[in-house]
Ligand binder design. Structure first.
Ligand SMILES: *Cc1c(COP(=O)(O)O)cnc(C)c1O
Ligand SMILES: [Zn+2]
Length: 410
């Protein structure tokens, strides 16, 4: 059912036919010349109709025509995607817009948006005959890979640096991944992982540049189009680290527009942490900054050297959108407000989207009359320490009614 027609280079635009495993354009000789998967959209227009969609399973394989792998029988049951879109009127009032919907991607099986890409990567690895898959990461990409490897029956080997936080290592271990904690830096773990993949023939998911994995991220955009349908928001807000997510969301929205499922496209707001905002800089100046010196506690978007910045910048420009930067304090405030006013528990990198919405309204980039959809890219349970900073402490009370009365009057 997949309607892939080929690969094109994002820099030179040429159709390319790279050797298996190559992830950048053979003509450009540029490490940032990543590839983009192309489809027969005329054929998709005929089969991907509302009637057809109504009969398909509630996961992202429902868009098989627009995916680069064919789901096999057991993959059809993996519960990835089709995450809920929640109307959040009180959070809308807090942010200062007429309407706000949250698409809660923290509800994916391993609790982040990365499951969309991992499900594709693992399925592709299995179909290529791989039994082992590896990556170097401490973040959501790794836990997601570990979870989907477990679903698919593959062995996952994850290289983490010694400083990897315990809660994140725990999620890897519970999914049965082989966790190699390297006595060294993240860069050393990354290089060792790549070398080990070559040496042992493992499938490498270090994939900011893997064109097929990006296609998984696209499904969020396909879903927004299907779920909002005739009631498309004016703006879609996405937090940005490497840039692959927002570019994927845009590709999905655009394809649904091209095949006639929606009749207008929203504008995109990209949100970066103020301390690590190279993609926002590139949006304004056309190139990446020479270096990034700041930091952010929103680890999942703290990417100093983003690989997909070109795709991200192009997506936001094409949409007529904008970028904003948010402070860690604004992210903490958005975490609290999303929880209290919408019942959505977001990790810092996910709450950054809601913080960015507030910022864009105060800068008059987004009008107060606007209808907005923000994607919450990961669950707050991923990062309990950050959540506790936002949430505060419980009230300690002696075991008596008078103590309870005193406590609730405070
Ligand atoms: C990876 C990630 C992002 C950003 O995605 P990029 O593709 O790196 O831009 C945002 N939020 C969460 C929770 C993530 O894990
Ligand atoms: Zn090229």
């Amino acid at each position: 059912m997949s309607l892939v027609t080929g690969l094109a280079c994002v820099v030179c635009g040429q159709r390319v036919d790279p050797p298996p495993g190559a992830m950048t354009c053979p003509a450009c000789n540029d490490p940032f010349a990543i590839l983009d998967v192309q489809y027969d959209l005329d054929a998709a227009r005929r089969t991907l109709t509302p009637t057809a969609l109504a009969t398909r399973p509630p996961n992202h394989w429902r868009y098989a025509e627009l995916l680069p792998v064919e789901p096999d029988a057991d993959a059809w049951s993996w519960p990835v995607g089709m995450t809920p879109v929640i109307d959040a009127p009180r959070l809308a009032a807090w942010a200062g817009v007429a309407r706000l919907r949250i698409k809660d991607d923290g509800r994916n099986p391993t609790a982040s948006f990365k499951d969309r890409a991992s499900s594709i990567g693992v399925l592709r690895a299995r179909q290529c005959g791989a039994t082992n898959i590896a990556c170097a990461s401490t973040g959501n990409a790794a836990s997601s890979l570990a979870g989907f490897a477990a679903m698919a029956g593959l062995t996952a080997t994850i290289f983490v640096p010694q400083t990897a936080p315990e809660p994140k290592v725990t999620q890897l271990l519970i999914y049965g991944a082989r966790v190699l904690r390297i006595r060294g830096t993240y860069a050393q773990a990354y290089d060792l992982c790549s070398a080990a993949c070559e040496r042992f023939g493992w499938y490498n998911r270090n994939c900011a540049i893997n064109a097929y994995l990006v296609e998984g991220k696209k499904t969020c955009g396909l879903e927004i189009a299907e779920q909002c349908d005739a009631d498309m928001p004016d703006w879609v807000v996405v937090s940005v680290g490497d840039g692959c997510t927002i570019a994927g969301v845009w590709k999905g929205l655009r394809q649904m527009h091209e095949i006639g499922c929606i009749d207008r496209l929203p504008r995109l707001l990209g949100v970066q942490a103020a301390g690590v905002a190279p993609v926002a800089d590139a949006f304004e100046r056309g190139t990446l900054p020479d270096r990034v010196d700041g930091t952010t506690f929103a680890e999942s978007i703290g990417v100093a050297v983003p690989r997909n910045w070109r795709k991200a910048v192009a997506a936001v420009k094409q949409s007529g959108g904008a970028f904003v930067r948010v402070s860690d304090a604004a992210i903490l405030d958005a975490m609290r407000s999303s929880g209290r006013l919408a019942g959505v528990f977001s990790e810092p990198a996910a709450a950054a989207a809601v913080a960015g919405l507030g910022e864009a309204v105060s800068m008059s980039i987004i009008a107060r009359s606007a209808s907005v959809l923000a994607v919450s890219t990961g669950s707050g349970l991923k990062d309990i320490r950050a959540a506790l900073t936002a949430a505060g402490a419980p009230i300690d009370v002696d075991p008596s009614m008078s103590a309870v009365e005193a406590a609730i009057q405070r």
